[in-house]
Design a protein around this ligand. Structure first.
Ligand code: CA
Length: 505
């Protein structure tokens, strides 16, 4: 109770707002009921979505509903996932651990690929312990799924089912809310599939497209010739515009879906008693986005709304990670111990957004990693970002080629690696994707799209050393098993064996 009052008093919305809140507490005799102390928690995840929103300055400006959500609470400018691959990233959301800690190093659906360790903290289980009813609607893509305690998951009796149709998704979410909203606080994950690519399998000649229109949405997809390519592609051709317009059409559909979900949500649950977070699970599926380690790979939209607790219109530049979701949700839910597991290093952004923790007390360095996607994409790399400089350590850099560059379906890749491509700076950046050096260092302030590698520039030698030392400290602190070269060699062999078995199927 002390904690709740303390937090309310410190909320950024001063004056009349705090008066209203205090009156509410007095009217309830100083005993706010359990429901009002424990907000409903709604986590909305978009699949393969970087901050391509109007609110983040995207030139196509196609996200009025997401922008409205951003304006109604806090928008983090420096939100990142832990890894730019679906399963490892999602594992971090639900455990508060980095992939090298939770153990699901790559995609979870390939036979033999490692699942998360049995003993990881599990977000829905912890919230259930605190009285929540839990549900996940849509894409899951993490294992061992059955050890996570969901009260509601849509299945066909054997496995989880979901659709790209955003209205189908919303209908399932509303069904869960309507059935359980009177029985205590809810934890609901809405995990949309857009703007993930869809269609046939990856591979030469099997161009995997972004699905432009699904179930009639969007009603008016952006035309190719009006589309601004995603800026960090740094390539603009008619073919790129055509492909990327399909990505943005999928973003339009996501925006409609989230907008309609928000409308229905606010009709069902009291806004001041409902904490909402919107994130992507990593950047767009284009070169130097998904499945890489660049800033653009892990940078995501990161929005938080909690009406009357978090003042609207906050634009924040702290470095936040998806490992912060776990402690933040437990904090909001009133858990006595915000960090139930010593391995967790996330921070509660509730404290930050309500003024209990100042910006100067927040983290100075943000860490990400990439280990593998499917097992035959193993290429360990680690990054540290201080808000300006982004350092990437490629463990096999200068030694092995990156196995995941054959993006025959990626028009920017095709353009930037074609003979005669004239922008040498951009060509060099794309060449580094295929043959990474051991060290990459970018000044995001001067070079926002990570095109100029400063690692070999003597002027940055000291900064490079410091970044390497800090990164190594983090790997030691978080007990990264890949620090052991024998562990890495054994894992490499295991992954190759899985690949051989997969090819013989
Ligand atoms: Ca994804």
């Amino acid at each position: 109770m002390f904690k709740s009052i303390f937090r309310l008093l410190l909320c950024l919305g001063h004056g009349m707002l705090c008066c209203q809140i205090m009156i509410g507490i007095w009217l309830s005799g100083g005993q706010a009921d359990a429901a009002s102390e424990q907000p409903n928690i709604i986590l909305i995840i978009a699949d393969d979505f970087g901050p391509e929103m109007g609110a983040y300055g995207d030139l196509n400006d196609l996200t009025p509903n997401l922008d409205a959500l951003a304006a109604s609470g806090a928008m983090f400018l420096n939100g990142h996932v832990t890894a730019a691959s679906c399963s490892p990233s999602r594992g971090s959301m639900f455990t508060g651990l980095y992939p090298h800690q939770h153990g699901m190093f790559g995609l979870s659906h390939i036979n033999g690929a490692p699942p998360m360790h049995d003993d990881v903290p599990k977000l829905p289980n912890e919230l259930k312990r605190l009285g929540y009813t839990t549900a996940i609607v849509g894409k899951t893509h993490f294992q061992p799924f059955d050890q996570f305690d969901w009260d509601y998951v849509e299945t066909n009796g054997q496995k989880v089912v979901y659709e790209r149709n955003v209205r189908w998704m919303n209908e399932k979410g509303f069904g869960f809310i309507d059935a359980h909203k009177d029985s205590g606080p809810l934890f609901l994950v809405m995990s949309y599939v857009d703007p993930h690519r869809g269609g046939p399998a990856y591979g030469p000649g099997k161009n995997q497209e972004f699905p432009r229109v699904v179930s009639g949405l969007p009603e008016v997809p952006i035309p190719p010739d009006a589309t601004h390519p995603i800026p960090y592609l740094a390539v603009d051709t008619p073919a790129v515009r055509s492909e990327i317009s399909d990505y943005y059409a999928a973003v339009q559909r996501l925006d409609v879906g989230v907008g309609e979900f928000m409308t229905g949500l606010d009709q069902r649950l009291v806004p001041e008693n409902t904490l909402i977070v919107f994130i992507g699970d990593h950047g767009a599926d284009v070169t130097r986005g998904k499945i890489s380690a660049y800033h653009s790979a892990t940078h995501i939209p990161y929005l938080v709304r909690w009406t009357q607790h978090i003042s609207a219109g906050q634009i924040r530049d702290e470095l936040v990670s998806t490992i912060d979701l776990f402690p933040s949700f437990l904090d909001a839910a009133g858990a006595e111990t915000v960090k139930p597991d010593v391995r967790q290093t996330g921070l509660s952004f509730i404290d930050l957004l309500c003024g209990k923790r100042s910006s100067s007390e927040w983290r100075e360095y943000l860490f990400t990693e990439y280990l593998t996607h499917v097992p035959w994409h193993l290429y360990p790399r680690y990054t540290v970002f201080d808000g300006r400089f982004h350092y990437i350590l490629n463990i096999w850099g200068d030694e092995r080629e990156n196995p995941l560059v054959a993006r025959e379906y990626d028009e920017a890749w095709l353009a930037a690696t074609a003979p005669g491509f004239s922008d040498l700076k951009v060509a060099a950046a794309y060449a580094r994707v295929e043959k990474p050096p051991q060290n990459e260092l970018f000044d995001l302030q001067k070079d926002p799209f990570s095109l100029i590698n400063l690692a070999d520039n003597p002027e940055y030698a000291q900064l490079l050393r410091q970044a390497y030392v800090r990164l190594n400290e983090w790997r030691l602190e978080t007990k990264d098993p890949f620090l052991d070269s024998e562990f890495l060699a054994d894992f490499d062999q295991q992954m190759q064996a899985i690949h051989e078995a997969y090819k013989k199927r």
